[in-house]
Design a protein around this ligand. Structure first.
Ligand SMILES: [Fe+2]
Ligand SMILES: [Fe+2]
Length: 145
């Protein structure tokens, strides 16, 4: 039988079907998901709170940087749905900031389920929203060539 850790890693693995075709974005998506996996491993291994908090902070900063890069790219490409896309990024930023506060206050460690939730949110976002942008760019480039 598989452990919860293994199941988790499969659920949030970066797979080829998640590629948008933007090398930087794809790299960031893959790295973010592997940071989540590392964090889950730390929690499972019973690491002390400071270690988990540091890893969580790293993950939050990384997500933040990714969202900014992505929004800048969308802006540069004149993506009309950028405002709606940004709302989604902000929702994620809010969730993660809230969790980090709770962790910092020592309310307890973030559960594997919570990380799973963040991971599946992120994957769904790539699949539905980041891909929509990739399609927009492809169609736009095709129309203008
Ligand atoms: Fe993204
Ligand atoms: Fe996005």
């Amino acid at each position: 039988m598989k452990g919860s850790q293994e199941v988790f890693m499969e659920q949030i693995a970066f797979v080829d079907s998640l590629r948008t075709g933007f090398a930087l974005i794809d790299e960031q998506h893959a790295l973010f998901l592997s940071m989540l996996t590392d964090l889950a491993a730390q929690i499972e291994a019973g690491h002390h709170r400071q270690g988990v908090l540091d890893a969580f902070q790293g993950m939050r900063l990384y997500a933040d940087g990714h969202f900014s890069d992505e929004e800048a790219l969308m802006d540069a490409r004149g993506y009309p749905q950028l405002p709606a896309h940004r709302v989604q990024h902000d929702a994620f930023r809010g969730m993660v900031a809230e969790l980090e506060n709770r962790l910092g206050e020592g309310v307890g460690l973030v559960s594997l389920e919570t990380l799973e939730y963040l991971g599946s949110w992120f994957i769904r976002h790539i699949r539905d929203e980041d891909m929509r942008f990739a399609t927009f760019v492809r169609e736009n480039d095709a129309a203008s060539s």
